[in-house]
Design a protein around this ligand. Sequence first.
Ligand SMILES: *[C@@H]1O[C@H](CO)[C@@H](O)[C@H](O)[C@H]1NC(C)=O
Length: 334
Amino acid sequence: MNSLTHITWALILLFSLTYADQSFQDDLQTLSTSYPSVSLSKNVGSLTPGFRPKPDQPSAIPGFYDVATKKFSVDAMDITNKHITVFYPTNNPSPSKLIAYAHGYGGGGVQTTTVYWEICEKLSSFGYVVTLHHSCDLGCLSDGKIGFDYYYYEQLKAITWVEEMKKDGEEEFVKNLDLDDGVAIAGHSMGGQATLFSSAYNSTSHNIKAAAYHHAWTEDFPTPEIPYISFTSYYDDEAPQDTMGLPIYEIETEGITKAVVSTQNYGHHEADILGINPLLAQFTVAWFKVLFDGVKTENGVDWEEMIFGRGKSNVCWGGFGEVVEGVCEVTDLR
Ligand SMILES: *[C@@H]1O[C@H](CO)[C@@H](O)[C@H](O)[C@H]1NC(C)=O
C-alpha cells in the first residue's frame, strides 16, 4: 500500500471508532444490565478509542459564546513542538479571562488540537481565552530536562507568552482579555500533574488564582497554594482515584477551598476525544466562575449552586450524574 492508502485506512478506522455504531452501544447497554456493576461496562466503553459512553446524566448547558481558534508558533516552547493553539470567544460582552490548559501523555504534538478540541472549545465558550500548547507529547527535551519533571514549565511559558501578547495588543484574542486579576490553569493526566505542580510551585510567580486537575497522573503531591478541584473516577485505571485523584484532595493544605469529584460513568479519558464527559467543561467552568472570576450567577446559570449548593444541579448531588459515594466533597474555606 502506498502512504496515501495508509492514511485513508487510518482515517476510516478512526472514523468508525469515533462513531461506533449505535447497535454496538445498545449491546453494551444490554450487557451492562445483565451484570451487577453497570458502571464497569459503561467504563469499558469510555476507555475504548472513540467509543463514547452515554450514561443517564443531565445534559450539559450550551456555551454562551462563539469560539474562534488560532495556532501560533512560540519560540520559548520546548523543541518537541513550538505550537500553541488559542481558543477565544468572539462575542463575549465582558472581558474574558485566561485558562492555560495542559495536554496529557500522547495528547501533544500534531494531534493536540483534535484530542482536546471539545474540552477547550467548551471552556472557551463560557467566556475564557484558553491556551493549549503542543509541546512535550511524550516528554520534553529542552535544556537537558528530558521527560515530564519540568513539563509544567510549558504551562507557565504559555501564560508568560499570553502576557507578552497582551502587552503587544495586536492579536484578536488579547483585545478582550483581562489578565489583571490573574489566570486559571487546568490540565489532563500528565497535564493534570503539570497543573498540580504549577499551582504548588508557581502560583505566585505567575499570578495563578485557581486550578482544575482532570485525572491528574502523579506520584508527587506538592501542596497547592490556590483553590483546586480534582476530577477523578472510580474506573480510572491509569491515574487511579485511590492513589492519585483522592490523595490530591487530601494533601494537607492551609485555608484553601478545594474539591474532589469522582464520576461513576467515565474513565481516564473523561477530558479527551477518547471518552469525553460533556459535563466536565461545565463544572470546571463553575469552579473557575466562583473561585476565580467571582461570578455566582450568570445568564440564568447558577454556578455557585453547582459547586456549593445542595440542590439537584450540584456537582455531588446529581448535577454531574452518578458520583462515587464518599469521593465527592467540597471543602469551603472562602
Ligand atoms: C517557579 O517558581 C520558582 C520559585 O518558587 C522560580 O525559581 C522559578 O523560576 C519559577 N519557574 C518558572 C518557569 O518561572
